[in-house]
Design a protein around this ligand. Sequence first.
Ligand SMILES: [Zn+2]
Length: 418
Amino acid sequence: MLDLILRSCRLATGAEPVDLAIADGRIVSVGRADEAARETIDVAGRVVTPGLVEAHIHLDKALLVDRVSGPAETAAEAIRLTGVAKRGFTTADIGARARRVLDLAVAAGTTAMRAHVEVDPIVGLDGMHALLALKREYAPAVELQLCAFAQEGILQSPGTEALLRRALEMGADLVGGCPYNDTDAGRHIEIVFALAREFGVDADFHVDFADEPEHLHVREIVRQTVRAGWQGRVAVGHLTELAALPAVEQAALIAELAAARIGVISLPLTDLYLMGRRDVRNVRRGLTPIRRLLEAGIPVALASNNIRNPFTPIGTADPAHLTFVAAVAAHMGTQDLMRELVGTVTTHAARVLNLRDYGCAVGCRADLVVWDCDRLEEIVTALPPRRLVVKAGRVSVEHERRTVERWRSKGAARPSSG
Ligand SMILES: [Zn+2]
């Protein structure tokens, strides 16, 4: 007996709706399902995608706007303001704020997420303790990868390397660096790779987060990726400086990233907010060149990064909202480009996170979202509500909407149209 049949699903790959049959947490057939199932739901031709993937988020420093002295004008100021707030963090406080964001993400259809957990002499391992507990608690709804992250630097913040090692021993899934916030970027990158190799885990860097190509630490990351044989296991976030390189140099560096199979994570809300602050006229957008990276075959994820803190004063933890912004901010308004944008929060993001068996094909894990729309690109253009979320073959979230349009006639209620 099947566990679940979703009837009449419109997938990205096909024109005609199909049934998805699910057993033991996996998709076992795509087409026409005639077998008996414990639960059958007709989704009536709605768009169904794999579960949303949030490739880069900071749950531990989310929701801080009510306790910092003011908004940041630069990345350095955001790090400083958040560092001050961090001195007041406790395990319970981190857990409470992270839980609010996780609830938003899960309701939006996020079934996998990579969270950077700050590990440094200020906060110690409090973030790891809080997030490891939430990783277990939220496992039925979202697969949470924890990245032990050196936001305050490693060399300029003595004790951090030992704490990163301890976090990996505790169960962090990967290790993350921030070479632009340290005294020796090359050595910082080396330490992160040494930890990645010691524990056999992926590495993820915050890198080249400035308006002008003044760091380009990504070149060293490419070198060390190849030297370590870590191709396909490294991701870089921000990478806004790449956009400031002359075209020929930019193309050469993009080719190097593709050859080293490094994934790129664009953080559009933070980058649009913090870049271009010194521009008096023609304020630049400060986004990594998403289209050119995609054209080179590099997996590009759009991710939330920060939710309502000095780095980003807004945030909903709904990955679809990022595609809505990027369609205009990255000039991706054609039907094909908007379908690619859906990929930046689904298939591309899954590649960046090295998720196994991800997708809507037979054998894939049954992590799915049913959207209230019938064309894939409407996810980007219209931010449709989610109808259902399925995690590991079980319906994890159901949304119901009711709109009463009292102006039309007395008390007439009608279900919202899909
Ligand atoms: Zn980040």
